[in-house]
Design a protein around this ligand. Structure first.
Ligand code: NAD
Ligand code: UGA
Length: 445
């Protein structure tokens, strides 16, 4: 029976997942710790300024914070007190060394393991919540056993499947929860203790238990399959633009086949977010490592088509301005990688804006949730006379000769586009704008 949980990592996964666990399990004390003190201060600060924007999150935090949910930078104390420790730290693509540009960088996972080994003063169950390459549990165990032989550590894999923008709903009502553990008596006991937590609100038939390796690999494979659907539909959107077929009609026709299904068939300017690209590259790296070069190439193409989709969209804009005498004043509408999040990691808006800057465009940018400092940071600049970040949609569209719709925010869907001069070209990378003359929709000719 678990009484005290510590979660290392108070980011987009650690914050929302632990809030829901705290809400559903009022008898368990949940402490979310992070090395980033400013982030912890924001988690403890006003509900309007939490570091993660997610629909429904502040309501959950309001009900649980300082009751059985705590945010803290006292990592040592929290590790000591906990019976179960979740690792929800980032696992980005490596930027240097072996596997740079492909493999997952496990330095944050390793540092968590070292902290746990250093501070643990009782047996612990360690839960991999971060997305990790297969066999990571083995690495964690090696660090723990070699650096702390006084206590027993059981490692579980419990990958997270929530999507940003719907994190609270996904956590509250998941399609499935996956728990991977060792088939030993102590491994089975650890699986049961995590199973008991989730079964407070998730029906037992939706909680799947597997061996650790299947669980670790299922997470990478799930993301690869989801992203593959987007790249498949996006590849066909290019053909639609050449032929007069319409990608939305295609998606509907394809998706009505119950064997295929309708989800994740929405053509777009390309997928973004911190995970799809990094997880597929990680899968590609693993396949290469095991000598499966054909399999590696197959998955690598999902990422390559995504890059192609973003550059195709940018080229349309460049070509349009080559064919007019208009000044290159454009507005990027949406900076977040999808609606209902303040996360802009790997957002298509970043690469599109960078490419247009090279072509000397003047660019106004507007996003309802991503702050100015974050946008500048994403572009790697502190000032650029060609960039203006706007506070309102109205300000951003003023005097622009083309509007680029990158994020499907409701504010853009609901906007009265008839108020914009008929002369302004709209490049709709999300297919949210209806009936305008000067309109390029991704996937339509
Ligand atoms: P994030 O960058 O938002 O949060 C990670 C946090 O961990 C950061 O706040 C960082 O300061 C902290 N951290 C790193 N090392 C630490 C250490 N040693 N001690 C204390 N704190 C430390 O990342 P995220 O988006 O929450 O993703 C976390 C993991 O979950 C990744 O592996 C990701 O692939 C996976 N995942 C993410 C999502 C998502 O929607 N973002 C969904 C499912 C799975
Ligand atoms: C994705 C998965 O959906 C989650 O299950 C997974 O847990 C998570 O990655 C992760 O491991 O991080 P997320 O990236 O938050 O979640 O958001 P998605 O809804 O999957 O969208 C990813 C990108 O694909 C966005 O840019 C979105 O706009 C795009 N997308 C999605 C499309 O272009 N078309 C679609 O039909 C669906």
């Amino acid at each position: 029976m678990i009484n005290d949980i510590c979660c290392i990592g108070a980011g987009y996964v650690g914050g929302p997942t632990m809030s829901v666990i705290a809400l559903k399990c009022p008898k368990i004390k949940v402490t979310v710790v992070d090395a980033d003190t400013e982030k912890i201060n924001r988690w403890n600060g006003p509900l309007e300024d939490l570091p993660v924007y997610e629909p429904g999150l502040k309501e959950v935090i309001k009900k649980t914070r300082d009751k059985n949910l705590f945010f803290s930078n006292k990592i040592k104390d929290s590790i000591k007190k906990a019976d179960m420790i979740f690792m929800a730290v980032n696992t980005p693509t490596k930027t240097e060394g072996d596997g740079a540009g492909m493999a997952a960088d496990l330095k944050y996972i390793e540092s968590c393991a070292r902290d746990i080994a250093k501070y643990a003063n009782s047996d612990k169950i360690i839960v991999e919540k971060s997305t990790v390459p297969i066999k990571t549990a083995e690495k964690i165990k090696k660090i723990l056993v070699s650096q702390n032989s006084n206590y027993k550590f059981e490692i579980l894999s419990n990958p997270e499947f929530l999507a940003e923008g719907t994190a609270i709903e996904d956590m509250s009502n998941p399609d499935r929860v996956l728990i991977g553990g060792d088939p030993t008596p102590s491994g089975k006991k650890a699986i049961v203790s995590l199973f008991e937590i989730y079964s407070q609100w998730v029906p037992a038939n939706k909680i799947l238990t597997t061996n650790v390796w299947s669980s670790e690999l299922s997470k990478l494979a799930s993301n690869a399959m989801l992203a593959q659907r987007i790249s498949s539909i996006n590849s066909l959107s290019a053909l639609c633009e050449k032929t007069g077929a319409d990608i939305e009609e295609l998606s509907k026709a394809i998706g009505m086949d119950s064997r295929i299904g309708s989800k994740f068939l929405k053509a777009s300017v390309g997928f973004g977010g911190s995970c799809f690209q990094k997880d597929i590259l990680n899968l590609v790296y693993l396949c290469k490592f095991y000598g499966l070069h054909e399999v590696a190439d197959y998955w690598h193409n999902v990422v390559k088509i995504n890059d192609y989709q973003k550059s195709r969209f940018t080229q349309k804009i460049i070509d349009y301005f080559l064919s007019t005498k208009k000044t290159k004043n454009v507005t990027v509408l949406g900076w977040a990688f999808k609606a209902n999040t303040n996360d802009s990691r790997e957002s298509p808006s970043i690469s599109i804006t960078n490419s247009l800057l090279v072509e000397e465009f003047n660019i106004k940018i507007y996003d309802p949730q991503v702050p100015k400092t974050k946008i500048m940071n994403d572009l790697g600049i502190t000032y650029n006379s060609n960039i203006k970040i706007c506070e309102t949609l109205e300000e951003s569209v003023k005097d622009s000769n083309a509007l680029l719709v990158i994020t499907e925010w409701d504010e853009f869907k609901d906007y009265d586009w008839d108020m914009i001069s008929k002369d302004v070209m709209i490049f709709d990378g999300r297919r949210i704008i209806k009936n305008r003359e000067k309109l390029f929709k991704i996937g339509s000719s």
